[in-house]
Design a protein around this ligand. Structure first.
Ligand code: GLA
Length: 496
């Protein structure tokens, strides 16, 4: 992907396609501030149903300036899904743009690429869908134990253009892997390629629930880093589950069920006995909000996540994890054994005294796994209270406690992640821990703004010194989950 600094105004409210929001001129700059792209690109947020919207939004640009600043003040950051118009001739010179964050150029180019590849391959236009990766503030390995999690969707997505093809075959091309797969919709038709099995699994799981799935053509790409613990697979599942619901089922399948479709895909087609957190976050996420989910009752609450003076920073150790055939399923089995021994359905209702009372009846390994889960459940609730009270130091302390538990008791960390955690502590970072399933991937860090640059610099250089490469840094914007980005102009309605 192209890296560079983009210069733009922020745009708001365009994500669900309900409003024409803004237009921005975008250049790519290198680190010295030199332009990489000769012509500015005009980036437009437009009503997805309104093809003229993009042009009209240009007329609104000056009106929008005020509200843009207001939204910035509210801490809402630049969203990610944009329509890019390389052909715009509108003169926007003289308009004052805000310099924004350094980042990979977001959805824009990707979206454009997907269109291009789709037309080339299938010679038509489809609808474009996206779903997001996720972070989790706290509550790890608690989902399959009926506990609490605290995730949010992020501004890294899998995006797919899809159109029904009037056959009983799925034809799908992955831009990032540069691989093509074609498969039927019956159980016996499972494709070989593991990336395609996610899509096949989603089709099957929709079908098993009585939903309609017909043949379709698809092209997809994404910028959720693979194996980093940011749930690229959940993003892929949720993107296709959302799309199949929209294209063939009049959106009759409720959103929770879409998340369950993704989860069952993991269980039945990908060999990972995961909980519901990743797919839930990917489907239900909302910009600027984390969600506290009770994984037993499935009740959840949105928590506005705007903590002034702090930033969330992800550091990717680049140690790859693979949850398939991995110790992940074994962790889950340990927890289930202990719950059963306690006569409980899950560890949700277990307490430390209960666990201690059976200590000699279970293996030391199972004991420590369950201990972590019981303690983690309490930590999520404590973090919610602390967030409500604006007590970020406590939030951070709990994050460190989680890291220790994941490393010592649950044993899903690794040397590199422990090292990143140590660096965070030494730098005075408020909170830091391994995030996601573990066995590699990222740490999530709650960092005071004034410390952010120094922390990143220190982490990069110390890590590099020890492991010969720098960790990757991902700034995180809490964003919307599964959604339609752009609806094909005519076709679907005729075909439904
Ligand atoms: C993976 C799983 C989730 C969850 C986390 C750990 O991401 O897919 O269900 O168990 O690990 O919290």
């Amino acid at each position: 992907p192209v890296r560079g600094r983009y210069v733009c105004i922020e745009a708001l409210d365009a994500i669900d396609g309900s409003d024409i929001a803004a237009i921005a001129e975008m250049y790519l700059l290198d680190n010295n501030g030199e332009r990489l792209s000769r012509e500015p690109w005009t980036v437009m947020y437009a009503d997805s149903e309104d093809t003229e919207g993009a042009n009209r939004s240009a007329d609104k640009i000056f009106d929008l300036q005020e509200s843009t600043y207001w939204q910035t003040a509210q801490g809402v950051e630049f969203p990610h899904t944009v329509v890019i118009d390389l052909g715009s001739s509108r003169d926007l010179s003289g308009f004052q743009y805000l310099p924004r964050m350094d980042a990979e150029v977001p959805g824009a180019i990707r979206n454009y690429k997907i269109h291009e590849a789709f037309i080339k391959r299938f010679n038509e236009q489809g609808s474009v869908y996206a779903s997001a990766g996720r972070i989790n503030l706290i509550g790890e390995h608690t989902d399959y134990n009926g506990g609490f999690v605290f995730p949010g969707a992020i501004d890294k997505v899998i995006m797919a253009e899809i159109a029904p093809n009037d056959t009983d075959k799925v034809r799908v091309y992955s831009i990032d892997i540069d691989d093509y797969a074609e498969f039927g919709l019956n159980e016996a038709d499972a494709p070989e390629a593991s990336w395609a099995r996610y899509i096949f699994g989603v089709c099957r799981e929709v079908h098993k629930r009585g939903g309609i799935v017909k043949g379709f053509d698809a092209v997809f790409a994404g910028n959720v880093p693979l194996g980093a613990g940011l749930s690229s697979s959940a993003a892929l599942e949720s993107c296709f589950a959302f799309a199949l619901n929209d294209l063939f089922n009049d959106n009759n399948i409720d959103k929770f069920e879409l998340a369950r479709i993704g989860q069952s895909t993991e269980h039945n087609y990908c060999g990972v006995n995961c909980g519901i957190m990743d797919q839930f976050a990917s489907v239900m996420g909302q910009a600027g909000k984390l969600m506290r989910l009770d994984c037993r009752s499935m009740e959840f609450e949105y928590f506005p996540f705007q903590i002034d003076g702090y930033k969330l920073v992800l550091l990717d150790s680049k140690v790859k994890h693979a949850l398939v055939d991995s110790p992940y399923n074994k962790r889950r089995a340990s927890c289930e054994r202990v719950a059963k021994r306690l006569g409980l359905e899950t560890l949700r209702d277990a307490t430390m005294p209960m666990l201690k009372s059976i200590r000699t009846d279970i293996t030391a390994e199972d004991y420590f796994r369950a201990k972590f889960v019981i303690e983690e459940k309490e930590r999520v609730l404590a973090v919610c209270d602390a967030l409500n009270a604006g007590d970020y130091e406590t939030v951070g302390r709990k994050m460190y406690e989680t890291h220790r538990g994941l490393s010592d008791d649950y044993e899903v960390s690794c040397e590199e992640l422990d090292f990143l955690n140590d660096i965070a502590r030494e730098c005075g970072v408020t909170g830091s821990r391994i995030m996601g399933g573990g066995f590699g991937g990222c740490t999530i860090n709650l960092v005071r703004k004034d410390l952010r640059d120094k922390f990143i610099e220190t982490a990069k250089s110390k890590f590099n010194e020890k492991y010969g490469h720098e960790p990757k840094v991902y700034p995180v914007v809490i964003s919307d989950g599964a959604r339609i980005v752009e609806r094909a102009e005519k076709k679907e309605t005729d075909e439904k």
